[in-house]
Every structure is written in C-alpha cells, then in structure tokens.
Write a protein that binds this ligand. Structure first.
Ligand SMILES: Nc1ncnc2c1ncn2[C@@H]1O[C@H](COP(=O)(O)OP(=O)(O)OP(=O)(O)O)[C@@H](O)[C@H]1O
Length: 663
C-alpha cells in the first residue's frame, strides 16, 4: 500500500461505518483489530492529519531516570521478568519488548544488541501517546483500556506503516493503570497470523503481572479468577462474609463495579450463589460460577486467603485443605474469654483476629447485654493499638444537643456555656487508639454526615476552631437495633453504615449460646473474686440453664449477684434465684414484672430473622408497659429500674425515649 492508498483508507475509515473498511491484510487472517474508532479520535479529537509527517518526542535522560524511579521498584522488576520471558519467545521473529509507563513513555526495553528488525521510534524515552503518534499500540491501549494489536498500515501515520506492534496494559489491585507491555517489530515478512499469536502472548503476560499484583495486595482475602479468559485479568477478592473487597480492572468494567462498591457489595450480587456466608462454601466446592446478568457459566480458579508465597508466586487454593489449626499455648486472652465455648462466638473471634490491625472498621451487632462493649475492649487489648487510648462514646446516653461538641470537640469560647479552654472531643482523644461508638443507631442524622466526613478524610474540625486535626483511629461501632431497617426508613445513612461495617460481627443472644455453663462459671468466678466463694446447687444450675435470658449476659450477671447476696453459706439454691419470665406455679404473678413470654420475645427480638410486624408490635407494647412499671416501682430511678429489667442504663434511656416515658 503506497502513501496515497494508506491515507485514503484511513480517511475513508473515519467517514464510513466499520464494516465498509477493507482490511489490508491477506485472506485467512485470525484477527484484525478494528481501529476505526481510534482513527476517528485522531482526526476529530486529537486534530491529527494522516497526510502530515509523524514525530515521536522523547524525554531527556534525567527525566527518564526520574520516571523509572517513580514507577516503583517492585512493579518494575515484575514487569521486567515478564518482558524477558516474552523476549525469549518472540525475539527470533524480530520483536523487541518494552515497558511504557501510564503516560505512554517507554521506560525499559529488552532488546538483543543484534536485533535485526528494531524500530527506532521505540527507543527508551519515546512518548507514545495517541494524541501525538496517532493510532499505535501503547497510546491506543491506554485510551481504550484494553490490549491492542496494530498491524502495519493500521497505524494512523504512514511513517509507522512498516511496524507491527502489540500492547497490553496492566492495572494495579485498585484498578489504576500502571503501565503497558509492548512488543514491536519492523520485520517486513511478518505474517498477521504470527502477529496474532504474539498478541495473545503479550496479553497473557499482562494478565500474569496483574494477577501477581492483585493477589499480593489482597492476600488476606480469598480471591478467584476466571480461568479461560486470556486477554485480560478477571479477578475478584472477597471476605468470609461474602463482601467484595477488590476487583481487577476488567472485572470492574465487566460488572460495572466502582471503588465505592468495594467493601459494600456482596459476591452473590454478581454470581448466582447463596445470599449468605454459605456462598463461600459453595465457591470452595465448585470450579464454576454462573454470572447473574448474562447467565453465562465460567470456570474459575480460587486462591486462598493468607497465601504463603513460593517462588514469588501465590499458591493455588486447595479445596479440601481444612483451616489451619492454630495452637494457642499462651494463656487465654480477653478475646478468648468472649469466645467462651460457643461455636459462633469462636468463629467471630477468629474473624476478628484475622482482620484486626488492618484498619477496617468493625460493626458489632447483637441484643442488649450480649457483650458488645466487652468484645470491643477485648479487641483493643489484643490489637497493636493496646497502648493507645480506648475511648467509648455512647450515642444514646449523651443528649442529642451535646453529641456534636462531645464527639467532635470545640475551640476556645466556641459557644455560650462552653468550657473556656475548649474541648478536644472524643475523636481526637482516641487518636492512636480505638474509638468505640456504642448505640450508633441513635446517632442523629446531621451528625452522621459529620462523622462520615471524618471517617473518610481522617480529619476532625472542632466547632469554632478552624484547624482540622488528623486522627488515626480503629473504629468499632455497636448497636442492638436493626440498622438495615433504619437505613431503609431513611433514619440512618446508608453510606455511613457501609463505612462503619468494614466487618460485621453478629453476637448471639445468650439463649442461643452453647456455653451457658461456661458463662455461669466465669460469672461465678468473678463474684468469688469480689466476695466469698459461691457455689450452685444442681437445681439452681438447671434453672439458670433453662431460662431464656432476654437481658442476656448482663441479666445473668445481675441475677447471680443478687442470688449470691441472698443465699446461705455461699451456696446458691433455686429459691435464691429470681427470674422475671419464670412461670412457676408457686410464683404469685403480682410479685413479678409482667414481661412478654419468653417465646414471644425470642420470636420478635431475633433481629437477624424478620419477626412479623404483629409480633413486633405486641412485644413493643408489652415492653413499654413493663418499663413504665419498673420505673414506677423504682420511683423513677433509671439506674435501679435498669437493674431490675436487666438492661444497661443507656438501653433504658433509649427505650424511655422510644416509648415516651418520662425519667
Ligand atoms: N463473655 C462474657 N463473660 C462474662 N461476662 C460477660 C461476658 N460478656 C459480657 N459480660 C458482662 O455482661 C455485661 C454486659 O456486657 P456488655 O456491656 O459488653 O453488653 P452490650 O452488648 O454492650 O450491652 P448494651 O447493648 O446494653 O450496651 C457486662 O457486665 C459484662 O461484663
């Protein structure tokens, strides 16, 4: 094709629909990448004219060195490994391999000194942008975010019509373009079919490079990749709860996933899987997944979390390998005490240990008195932040008007009645440690927005003080409310929920725990430390084990404490135990608080299933009545009423507010 034919073909391509452009190569080709879009961009957007001469600018030596340094040593060495391995396969055909950075500048090359068909325009420092060089491998692949093969006269400028190149971009684990692997030759005898094979090789190298970066980055999470897609890396990382933690560039494009979706969406939203943690087991036992949008089934390769690297490459996940048995020879920690002997709590603690110190916010969900506060303190004690402060802030116990100044602080004389010296606020107090936001469901909406801003920027601006303060925090939030419902009704910000719920830990109610005996022993041991030895008769133990404990561990603690004061000779018998829900024949109903029956309570308060609206309303009505009675019986003393009811003061305040009962 001479220069006139070349230019006419390019200009015709700009004008005509894609199908009308005649391919210039011979029949029998395997692939002919269409570049009509790129030709059109060159003319219409970059204002290039195919009839003019092309010049490829170069950066100077100093700038080149700077760009090489900026590229990052680790990725640079991984990329060079790939280039060398590519060269060992294609240099006989006259290709040379190079690495371009994300701005299209060639910063490394792998060329044999004797290379016969070396393209001079591909020297170190050359800037291959589509805006300058027209349609070309590096520049066009950067714009189109895909591997590109440009065969000879498919180049926009005739000056490059003797060259054939393939360019495969690769992205880091966050989906940011890192660079382009590029193979070029000026071999006049090159056949387009051979070029197509070289294109596939370059794609494979970029997939491997991207996979290596991705798996290294997400080594604490499970990952999977599509098996048979060779031109781009389709990788996704997810955690034990099925939350998507990361996705490669190709995966993000394929499923329209944005950075905002990471940590917020679930793996079963894109694949046909159980909509729960069971999805993880499903993935472990299958080599295929079905995509929800297209119904297409793809083969997958799984990668386990916390992979140990061998030869610089992560190990493949071995499906039947059980979880490693961690032998803990040291004495039980506060976290072990929280786990007790209950399977769900042990699993919770295992998850917490896994994600601890990774900067992920933790959300603790569970009924009042299950031990959320206790678990939050135990996490802090076992974390790398144990020497920093543990600051607890109860959003329900602080009046709404004071949450702002208490939490975010204020400057000197910020408002009338403020402390003259100002108040740095709990967020700043917790700097370097853990901030425990209890009863987060009671955070007023306007302050939710402020809190979100702080969590996103890592900076707090106290009221009336212009200076923002940087804060480094492990945030643990807790609630006994159904936050999903609050999100649905608009009283809790969805974005804040997802920001706080880096990992969600569900604490089981005491009635569902398998280790009530263990907890009884722990509480008795605690009582023994404070007073004389306390023992339980068999009848007392049975009574405690068969009760439903609506106030959970807190209630059990109070009941045991009360019984230890009433019992004779340090032995607690059934007669010493007073349980509000108990329906003993001998118990006069008027002596007891009339709480809803345990079964109704269980049914309605099991927040992780959905109780019927009627049951919910019945329980709420009964609960309101009981609370009013308890308040009256205790002459309006919230602390005493809370003890009688077996709930925390904060919870009682929240419920008083909810039912409109005056304290
Ligand atoms: N595993 C446990 N072993 C012994 N005592 C425990 C355990 N878990 C909690 N407790 C005790 O139970 C009481 C309630 O625990 P905690 O305050 O942590 O519950 P909570 O879920 O935060 O309650 P609320 O939602 O009402 O704030 C505390 O006195 C705590 O010491």
């Amino acid at each position: 094709m001479n220069i006139h034919e070349h230019n006419s073909r390019i200009l015709a391509g700009v004008e005509q629909p894609a199908s009308d452009v005649a391919p210039s190569a011979s029949k029998g080709l395997i692939v002919r990448d269409s570049h009509q879009e790129s030709w059109r961009r060159c003319v219409e957007q970059h204002q290039l004219d195919p009839k003019s001469r092309a010049t490829i600018p170069q950066v100077g030596e100093n700038q080149l060195r700077q760009l090489q340094d900026e590229f990052g040593h680790r990725i640079f060495s991984y990329a060079l490994e790939e280039l060398n391995s590519l060269m060992s396969m294609v240099n006989e055909v006259g290709y040379s391999a190079s690495l371009a950075n994300s701005q299209g500048v060639i910063i490394a090359e792998s060329v044999k000194p004797s290379q016969e068909y070396y393209c001079e325009s591909d020297r170190l420092g050359s800037i291959w942008l589509e805006e300058i060089g027209g349609t070309n491998g590096i520049g066009t692949s950067i714009i189109e975010q895909r591997p590109v093969a440009v065969f000879k006269d498919d180049h926009f400028y005739y000056d490059f019509a003797a060259q054939a190149c393939v360019a495969a971009p690769f992205y880091d684990a966050m989906g940011n373009l890192q660079g382009v692997l590029n193979l070029t030759t000026c071999n006049p005898y090159l056949d387009i079919n051979a070029h197509h094979i070289v294109y596939k090789l370059a794609c494979q190298s970029s997939v491997q490079l991207e996979e290596r970066l991705f798996l290294e980055h997400f080594q604490d999470f499970m990952s999977l990749r599509f098996r048979n897609v060779s031109t781009q890396a389709f990788l996704i990382a997810y955690d034990e709860l099925g939350v998507i933690r990361g996705a490669s560039m190709a995966m993000r494009k394929r499923f329209a996933l944005s950075q905002m979706d990471m940590g917020r969406r679930f793996i079963w939203e894109i694949f046909d899987l159980h909509k729960s943690g069971a999805a993880i087991d499903q993935l472990r036992s299958s080599d295929q997944v079905r995509m929800l949008d297209s119904g297409e089934v793809v083969s997958i390769i799984r990668f386990d979390a916390r992979r140990h690297e061998r030869n610089g490459r992560p190990n493949l996940y071995i499906p039947d390998r059980g979880e490693p048995v961690v032998s803990r020879t040291d004495k039980p920690t506060a976290l072990d005490a929280c786990a007790g002997n209950d399977r769900q709590m042990k699993e919770n603690v295992r998850l917490v240990r896994k994600i601890m110190n990774k900067g992920l916010p933790i959300m603790l969900l569970g009924e009042t008195g299950v031990g959320k506060d206790t678990l939050a303190k135990a996490i802090h004690q076992e974390s790398d932040r144990r020497d920093g402060p543990f600051v607890a802030f109860n959003c329900a116990a602080v009046p709404e008007s004071l949450i702002d100044s208490e939490l975010f602080g204020y400057g000197k004389g910020a408002f009338t009645g403020a402390n003259r010296e100002g108040n740095q606020g709990r967020l700043v107090e917790a700097h370097g440690g853990t901030l425990f936001l209890d009863e987060i469901g009671d955070m007023p909406l306007v302050l939710q927005t402020r809190l979100l801003r702080v969590l996103e920027s890592g900076e707090v601006s106290p009221l009336g003080s212009g200076k923002p303060r940087h804060v480094d925090l492990q945030v643990i939030a807790a609630t006994n409310q159904r936050l999903h419902d609050k999100v649905a009704e608009g009283s809790f910000r969805e974005d804040l929920f997802f920001r706080l719920a880096g990992v969600i830990v569900n604490l089981p109610p005491l009635r569902q725990r398998e280790d009530k005996d263990f907890i009884i022993k722990a509480l008795l041991a605690d009582l023994c430390r404070k007073s004389d030895a306390v023992q339980l008769t068999k009848a007392a133990e049975e009574m405690l084990l068969s009760y439903s404990w609506p106030g959970n561990v807190r209630e059990m603690k109070h009941v045991l404490h009360r019984a230890s004061l009433l019992c004779d000779d340090g032995v607690i018998d059934a007669k010493d135990i007073s349980l509000p829900f108990q329906r003993h024949e001998s118990t006069p109903p008027t002596d007891r608080l009339r709480l809803p029956s345990p079964s109704a309570y269980e049914e309605a308060s099991d927040r992780f299933e959905s109780p019927s609206v009627a049951a919910k309303m019945a329980v709420a009505e009964a609960e309101g009545k009981v609370i009013a009675e308890a308040m009256a019986a205790n002459d309006g003393n919230v602390e005493e009423a809370a003890k009688t009811l077996g709930m925390s003061r904060a919870t009682l305040y929240r419920k008083l507010k909810k039912y409109g009962i005056k304290s």
